[in-house]
Design a protein around this ligand. Structure first.
Ligand SMILES: Cc1cc2nc3c(=O)[nH]c(=O)nc-3n(C[C@H](O)[C@H](O)[C@H](O)COP(=O)(O)OP(=O)(O)OC[C@H]3O[C@@H](n4cnc5c(N)ncnc54)[C@H](O)[C@@H]3O)c2cc1C
Length: 422
């Protein structure tokens, strides 16, 4: 096998190197080692299920730099004033005492596939028998003309959880009377296909209450988007005249921004804006690239167990994976993590492995108690994770049905958080 050790250079690694690294001990000699990179719905769920179900037969280490995971899911509801920031933050405190997971707060910066080790920014090296990579997304350099990561404070993406979401909410609150909120929407595929449009709804909800003459401009490179008819119906019903969605036929794909001047240019026409949410094109989290398991922007996987097509001892979950028909969502990552955990346990301990089955639902809130959803079940075929059947909310549904859909989403949120952290 080709030697594949590369260094993770850049600002994140530099910042991470200043963290004090906890001692990493190779406890439980003789037991197989599973290392999981990333403590989101993919990684945390996989670590928890492997540790819980193997009952001490497998050493599980979870590497995650942050001590509090702020969910992107429901972050739009925070922008809309339906949730507090504390509702979105969850810690890893239960995973060590309850399941014996070695939780290491550090960055994984290198993967040596020959030696089967992961190196950490703090200097330690961890051996693995099986490695699970679930680092979420990073952004494609140069995807939006005029924008780079250096501009993320002036024009936040708010597409990773926590401080970016808080910043965007503060910028919405600071829009002057009658001012403009702009969004540059991303091309497919990207995490949470309805996410930008739920965000438009939640910004509109806030502005309608605090700044009703403000306007929202959305520049979109896509002619169609997830739950489009439902969102457009909802915008007309609740926020009539406030949202100007500009698709590719009207220049939505021909966009540049100037973060210093706070301008957005669509098809040569420049507008001064008061807040600008730039959501660039996405790719697999950098560590997947460093491990050498990506092809193009994403990591190809074997759908039956989520193992990498490049290396059978590495599994890639969630947003970083090429997930076939599944959308990139927290629900999807959590569903894939259970398939992967079952397969990894089977491979290491001989426990029974069940056929892969996946499911997903994406809920979105348009206005108070006006929830909509789209979802499907999936199976593993030789080529891809393939859709079996699906459902979607209808336009013109009753208020009662929409309220029930919103309540379902709250139940789902509590459930996935418990599945990751409880
Ligand atoms: C606005 C918005 C709304 C959304 N709403 C929904 C929703 O309603 N429902 C839904 O299902 N999904 C939703 N999503 C999508 C969901 O957040 C993602 O699909 C999901 O978080 C993906 O899980 P993941 O485990 O792949 O990655 P992540 O959740 O991003 O987790 C990756 C983790 O890996 C860590 N990491 C990265 N690199 C390294 C490294 N080198 N070393 C160690 N750790 C590393 C990160 O710190 C992070 O904690 C939404 C997303 C957004 C942006």
């Amino acid at each position: 096998m080709k030697m594949n050790r590369r260094l993770f250079l850049g600002t994140t690694a530099a910042a991470a190197a200043s963290l004090s690294a906890p001692a990493v001990l190779a406890e439980g000699h003789g037991k197989p080692n599973v290392v999981v990179i990333g403590g989101g719905p993919g990684g945390a769920t996989a670590a928890r299920y492997i540790a819980k179900d193997s009952k001490g037969e497998i050493n599980v280490t979870l590497i995650e730099p942050t001590r509090t995971y702020f969910t992107c899911f429901f972050s739009n509801l925070y922008i809309g004033g339906f949730k507090d920031i504390d509702d979105l933050g969850h810690t890893y405190g239960t995973l060590a005492p309850k399941y014996g997971i070695n939780v290491v707060h550090d960055w994984a910066v290198g993967v040596d596939r020959d030696a089967k080790t992961v190196s950490l920014a703090g200097g330690n090296t961890l051996p693995y028998d099986k490695l699970i990579i679930s680092p979420g997304i990073d952004f494609v350099d140069g995807a939006v003309d005029g924008w780079s990561l250096a501009s993320q404070n002036a024009m936040p993406h708010a597409y990773k959880g926590g401080s970016q979401t808080e910043l965007l909410k503060a910028q919405v609150a600071a829009i002057p009377e009658g001012g403009i909120f702009a969004m540059v929407a991303p091309p497919n595929p990207f995490r949470c296909p309805p996410g930008p449009y739920e965000r438009v709804s939640m910004v509109a909800h806030t502005l309608k209450k605090t700044n009703p003459t403000a306007k929202i401009i959305v520049a979109d490179p896509k002619a169609n988007f997830s739950k489009m008819a439902l969102f457009q119906e909802g915008w007309a019903k609740h926020y009539n005249g406030m949202v100007d969605w500009i698709g590719p036929d009207f220049g939505g794909a021909n966009v540049s921004v100037d973060p210093d001047a706070m301008t957005l240019t669509i098809d040569g026409e420049t507008t001064k804006v008061d807040a600008c949410n730039v959501i660039p094109a996405m790719k697999a989290g950098r560590i997947a690239e460093i491990a050498g398991v990506t092809e193009g922007n994403w990591a190809p996987i074997n759908p039956a167990d989520m193992s990498s097509t490049v290396d059978p001892d590495i599994y890639v979950l969630g947003d970083s994976a090429n997930q076939g028909d599944m959308p990139k969502s927290g629900f999807a990552a959590n569903s894939q993590a259970k398939v992967c955990a079952n397969a990894v346990r089977g491979a290491l301990t001989g426990s029974r492995v069940f056929p892969a089955k996946f499911s997903n639902t994406c809920w979105s809130l348009i206005d108070t108690n006006d929830g909509v959803k789209v979802g499907a079940t999936y199976e593993a075929t030789d080529e891809k994770i393939a859709k079996v059947d699906g459902f979607i909310s209808s336009t013109g549904e009753t208020d009662e049905m929409r309220k029930t859909t919103y309540e379902e989403s709250e139940g789902w949120y509590a459930g996935i958080i418990a599945d990751m952290f409880a």
